[in-house]
Each structure stands twice: as C-alpha cells, then as structure tokens.
Design a protein around this ligand. Structure first.
Ligand SMILES: Nc1nc2c(c(=O)[nH]1)N[C@H]1C(S)=C(S)[C@@H](COP(=O)(O)O)O[C@H]1N2
Ligand SMILES: [Mo]
Length: 322
C-alpha cells in the first residue's frame, strides 16, 4: 500500500472519518480500555493472540475458487459513476470486530482464519443444513455485479462483487411460510478480533432483513470483489451486500443465517436505536443526527453526488415499502 493512497483515503472531512459510533460513557470507557490494554499486553507477551498480521498478505485461493474465476459480469446491473479504486476500497473499511478506525481492518483482519468455514442455515426452513464455504461455488450460480455501496456516514463506493443472490440459497433450504425475517450473524472470536473484547457492545454482529427483502433480486451474498476472493477486511469468506440500504446492513464474515417469525434485535440498532434504524433504507430526506444525507462523497476521488432514494435502486425495491 503506497503512502499516497493511504493519505488520500484519510483526506476526508473529519465527520466522515469519525467511527460509526462515538458513544460510550466514561465508566464503560475506563473498563473497556483496561480490558483492551490487558489484551494488548497479553499479545506483547505472546499469549496465543496470534502472529503479527501482514497487511500485504496475498489472497489465499481455494481449489474451487481457482476454478471459478474470472466470473462473468451480469450486465443488468450498471453504474452511473466510475468503479472505485481497489486500493482505496480495501484500505478504508468499517469492521468493528478488528478496529473502530478505518485504516486498521486491512491489517488486523488478516489474522482471521477463513478456511475451513461453515455457514449454518437454521430456523424456519424445511431443509436446515450447514454449508462448507466451498460448497457455494459448486451449488449456486455465481456472477459478478457492479453495485454502489452507501455508508450512513455519507461516503460511498462503486465496486464489482462476485457471488450469488441470497434467493438462490434460500431456494435450497426452503423457508417455511411462517418465516417473516432472516437473522444473520458474524463469527465470535474475541481473541482474534480484539474489537470483540469491547464487552459493552452486543457481539457478535448481527443484522436482519424481512423475508421479502431477503428474496429481492438485489440481495447478494458476496464471496469475491474486484475479480478475486474477498480480502479479509471486506468480510471474507462471505458477506451480504444490500445496495439500497446503508452499509451497516451489509454484514461481513457470516457464520449463521436463521429464519424467524419475528424481527430479531440487531447490533447497531441495539447500540444506538435513534441513529441506526433496522430498516435503514438510503433516503436523502432523512438525516442521521451526525451526518446530513442529501449528498454523498465517493471514497478516493472525493467526488460529491446527490443521494438517491433507495440509493438509486428504486425500480427494484420501492414496491417493498408501499
Ligand atoms: N461484521 C461486520 N460487518 C460489517 C461491519 C462491521 O463492523 N462488522 N461494518 C458495516 C459497515 S458500517 C459498512 S459501511 C460496511 C463496509 O464494508 P467495506 O469495508 O467492505 O467497505 O460493512 C458493514 N458490515
Ligand atoms: Mo457504514
């Protein structure tokens, strides 16, 4: 990573570089820092917290991945702006399991082991089962899609994702008619992902969609990005991408998908409900208490665009909200 790129990604207005959450009371802060420094000390003394991560770690390709790339692009999904530079997208990340600062996950996430990796699908389905991550390459139609991703912090990127529609996976497990919501869960490994030592937060990270949202053609499960398997900072080996909702809905490094007959609690909504709604549809008219939503800034170029309702995906999703 050249210094130039590194600096560029940090040349953003202060508000944009503020971590997703700055709310923590003083007592929590003191408890938290002592626990985190305990972990830091433990790692200094080599207490099994893992090897020093290498930010330039090469992407590890499994046999199935080598077989499938390059993946054909689905021409249906077009962008109204240039694709963001990969070096920028992969060094400016929200991944609170590893850090609250956007330039750290590219370093710390490298210590996450992503093989073997199981994704368990449970709850109100006729055929509950566990998938090995490499099963997805064999069982599902894999394609590339260009999508815009819009963070609630008013920055955006435009990227090529490789993966499959969530609907194609749900069709295999057969949701029961009673299922109204899906709940998705990220791994819980506090000694690898030291952000999870922040015990005042409701780890593991969770997100939800209604079953109709989950089955929408746009809801995508990404295994890769920029023509290769996901880098760890982007949520390797599998993450969701919901392009008409704020980025926090696009949960990374998923280990469980559960079909439910109620709306489950979610990570950010439990932390600060007034700032992070469960629905989280991109809407230029609804301001976040800390970020005006009328415009958005592209990472890397700093280009400013007007925010579009449903992030410009109105045609595909507006019918879900009438
Ligand atoms: N497990 C997990 N998933 C997560 C997050 C996180 O902290 N943990 N951050 C979210 C937020 S706020 C955004 S904007 C996107 C960022 O994705 P990117 O780093 O690939 O750009 O991931 C989302 N998914
Ligand atoms: Mo975000």
């Amino acid at each position: 990573m050249s210094n130039l790129i590194f600096q560029k990604s940090w040349n953003m207005a202060e508000g944009e570089a503020t971590p997703e959450s700055v709310y923590m009371n003083r007592r929590d802060f003191i408890k938290g820092t002592s626990l985190v420094s305990l972990a830091a000390t433990a790692s200094l003394y080599g207490c099994g917290i893992g090897p020093t991560p290498n930010p330039n770690a090469p992407i590890e390709w499994s046999t199935n991945e080598k077989k499938i790339y390059p993946v054909k692009r689905n021409k249906k999904y077009v962008l109204d702006r240039n694709i963001s530079e990969e070096a920028i997208a992969s060094s400016f990340n929200n991944f609170f399991e590893f850090s609250e600062f956007k330039n750290d996950p590219k370093l710390h996430a490298q210590s996450l082991s992503t093989r073997p990796w199981e994704v368990k699908i449970t709850g109100l389905v006729n055929k509950p089962r566990s998938f090995d991550i490499d099963d997805f390459y064999r069982l599902l139609p894999i394609e590339e899609r260009l999508y815009r991703l819009r963070c609630v912090e008013a920055w955006a990127m435009a990227v090529p994702w490789t993966g499959f529609s969530l609907k194609s996976l749900l069709d295999i497990v057969e949701p029961q008619p009673k299922a109204t919501h899906i709940a998705m869960t990220t791994f819980y490994k506090p000694f690898t992902a030291q952000g999870q030592l922040a015990f005042w937060r409701p780890w593991p990270y969770t997100e939800t969609l209604t079953i109709e949202e989950a089955k929408n053609e746009l809801t995508f499960m990404a295994l890769g990005m920029y023509g290769h398997p996901l880098r760890k900072q982007h949520g390797s080996p599998i993450r969701m991408v919901v392009p008409w909702k704020y980025g926090y809905k696009s949960i990374k490094s998923i280990v469980k998908i559960e079909l439910l007959s109620h709306q489950p609690p979610t990570f950010w909504n439990s932390v600060i409900p007034l700032e992070y709604s469960i629905e989280a549809n991109v809407d230029p008219k609804v301001n976040h208490p800390r970020w005006l939503q009328a415009t958005e800034k592209m990472i890397g170029t700093g280009e400013v665009h007007k925010t579009k309702l449903y992030n410009g995906y109105e045609k595909q999703v507006a019918h879900l909200y009438v």
